[in-house]
Structure formats: structure tokens, C-alpha cells
Design a protein around this ligand. Sequence first.
Ligand code: UTP
Length: 237
Amino acid sequence: MKVVVSVGGSVLVPDMEPDRVDAYADAVEALDEAGHALGAVVGGGPTAREYITAARELGANEIELDQLGIEVTRLNGRLLIAALDDRAAPTPPESYEEAREAMRRGDIPVMGGMVAGQTTDAVSAALAEYVSADLLIYATSVPGVYSADPDEDDDAEKYDRITAGDLVDLIGGIEMTAGSNAPVDLLAAKIIERAGLRTIVLDGTDPEAVQRAIETGEHDGTDVVPAEAAAPDEWER
Ligand code: UTP
């Protein structure tokens, strides 16, 4: 199966703990050895936020802040590359073409951010669309997609399953509320919808749970299903 794994920076590097990165690399390597073709995308996490906060105070504009964020995502990507050793392409690809070429060679591309004005959520969806992935998985710091922001609303419920169209509507509503957290960004949701990408959003704290979700389709997060829903052949459901 061809899979794009998006690992949030706050999941992979909430602090500088090499063992955590190594555990993720072990899960990715196990999937690679099982014959899956993998692409990975890594987010910026608290380090990106620290840099962005400091640079904002220093007067940087929003595009400059995004560029800083991109640099940090690529830095975090290099940590996963270091842990993956020779299974990974040696540097974070600077284009989707480069990433696809790496996958064709049998290497694992580890991407970071690409352009200002989006997040790595959108990079992951675009890579998945570009390589015609069977599955896109978001290993995030939230347990799944909720009907409202669970930090703001006690009645927020987690969806086991949601259509891509409903995800776009939901996130469009959430993103209009300043300061609230969307599980994936709106551009990512729109790419998922147009590409008909089978997607999972789940708590990425445990890399083995992410591995299991990819191998079996079993997880405690949210399945985002395209209108023409078909589970990967490898899953028994
Ligand atoms: P992240 O993808 O980690 O953003 O990129 P995020 O969703 O804010 O972080 P998490 O998931 O909560 O940890 C970090 C920052 O890098 C810039 C943005 O400023 C983003 O907030 N970025 C990233 C881009 O401008 N373009 C990209 O393609 C990726």
C-alpha cells in the first residue's frame, strides 16, 4: 500500500528526546520492511512556535514567520531522516516531484513545509494526491476530528467516521473562530475532498498505534472517507 504519514511536530518533537524520534523511525521502518511505499511529512511543533513568537515580536511579517516555520519543519524532518538512516532520502525534498522520485527509488522522502500561507497538513495532502496514495494518515496531538473544539465546548463529540465534504464544512466553521484548533487545515481538507483520499486522523503519541492503523485500519481516531468509500484491500473490512 502507498501511504503518506504526516507527523505533527508536537508529536515527534514536543521536546528534544531522541528516543521518541527513534521509536517513530522504528514504526516507519517496520512498515517499509512490510512492503509499504511510504512518504513522511513532519511539522514544526513547539520549536516553530517559539521561533515564530520571537520573530513576531522582532517585527517579522507573516510571510517571514511562515518561512521561519518552514525551516523548523525541515529541521525536524532531518531528525527523522537521521533516525531512518539509509532508508530515507538524505535531505527533505524541496518539491513534490523530488519526493515522488525518492518513493519510486524505494527511499522514504521526509518532507517539511513548502510554501508560506499553509501548514504541513496541506503538504501531506498534496503529496498524497501527487503520488496517488492509498492512505493519508495524520498523527496529531488531538485524538481525532470533533464536532467542535473540545477545548472550548464540553459537548464536542469525536467522529469515528466523517465524509471529506463534511470535514471541509466543519473546518471552514472552526477556522473562522479566532484561536481555535482545527484538526487539519482547510486547504488540506479541500485537497482530501477533491482527491478522494482515504484519510485517518488520530492521536500520534504512540507510533505503534499509527503503525497498527496503517496495517489493519484499526484505530481510535477518525476515518475521513471519500464519497466513493473503499477501504484499502489490505484491510479486512
Ligand atoms: P506546522 O505544519 O507544524 O504548523 O508548520 P501548525 O499546524 O501550526 O503546527 P502544529 O501541527 O500545531 O505543531 C509550522 C509553521 O510553519 C509554517 C506555518 O507558519 C506553520 O504554522 N509553514 C509550514 C508554512 O508556511 N508552509 C508550509 O508548507 C508548512
